[in-house]
Design a protein around this ligand. Structure first.
Ligand code: CIR
Length: 251
């Protein structure tokens, strides 16, 4: 069974990093939305491991950024935001010993939100959070699992997966007018309209897919492919640039 590691948002979540000035996050709403996300993961058939909030780390519920898992290996990252680096040790402690660890050291930095797997390839965003040394470290890690790495510039978003996420092993969603679809050839690109930007980040779990609510055009495209779609409202977490993939680590 697929397992997911998640961490509850804490009362300090309103102090998390955001590209929006004064995002005005309500911790109670954020927690309720996170609980609904956890229920959707369970409904999709995942076994959950839920960590308590991490005091002093308002962004710690965005666990994806601290590790890249290619089971049976895990790369413990060095997140690009200095305020988030203290989160990694507690993720490392929570992951099972069966995952063989590789670590990352300065000057490398990489956020898991920049790493997208499609079949035997990894795409990685060269973003404000993930630098060349971090990408080089990822290449070495991926090579152990027999995967290749393509780096793409992500100048205008927090992470690569703010713009694009896998739907199946051979297809992905991509926010229109963001990156050149040809960069992802030969994979099939499904375009997400600008008015549904949040829908560029979905969490694919086999034939079930978690996606943000209130994105009917994208939902219709996914359901037309025979996928089972579960919708969740993570609008409060989106004020901190969080999306669906960022709230869990899967293996
Ligand atoms: C941050 O800026 O680091 C957090 N407020 C949001 C991180 C979201 N992570 C992700 O999408 N992988």
């Amino acid at each position: 069974m697929l397992r997911a590691l998640v961490r509850r948002p804490g009362p300090e979540i309103h102090a998390g990093l955001s590209r929006t000035p004064q995002p005005d996050v309500d911790p109670g709403v954020a927690c309720a939305q996170h609980e609904a996300y956890c229920r959707a993961l369970q409904e999709a058939g995942l076994e959950l491991q839920v960590l308590a909030a991490l005091p002093g780390h308002p962004d710690a519920c965005f666990v994806e950024d601290c590790a890249v898992i290619l089971a049976p290996h895990v790369l413990l990252t060095r997140p690009g935001a200095p305020s988030r680096r203290g989160e990694v040790a507690s993720i490392a402690a929570a992951l099972p010993d069966s995952l063989e660890r590789q670590t990352m050291s300065a000057p490398a930095s990489l956020d898991g939100g920049d790493v997208m797997r499609l079949g035997r390839r990894l795409f990685v965003g060269r973003s404000a959070r993930s630098n060349e040394a971090g990408i080089a470290c990822l290449r070495g890690f991926a090579a152990r699992a027999g995967l290749t790495v393509d780096a793409l510039p992500v100048p205008a978003a927090l992470h690569l997966k703010s713009l694009a996420t896998p739907v199946t092993d051979s297809s992905l969603l991509l926010l229109e007018d963001s990156l050149d679809p040809a960069l992802f050839a030969p994979f099939e690109v499904i375009s997400v309209p600008g008015c549904e930007a949040l829908a560029a980040n979905v969490l694919a779990l086999g034939r079930t897919l978690l996606m943000p609510d209130r994105c009917p055009q994208t939902r219709e495209k996914l359901e037309a492919r025979g996928l089972r779609v579960l919708t969740v409202d993570t609008s409060e977490l989106a004020k901190l640039d969080g999306a669906l993939t960022c709230l869990s680590l899967l293996w």
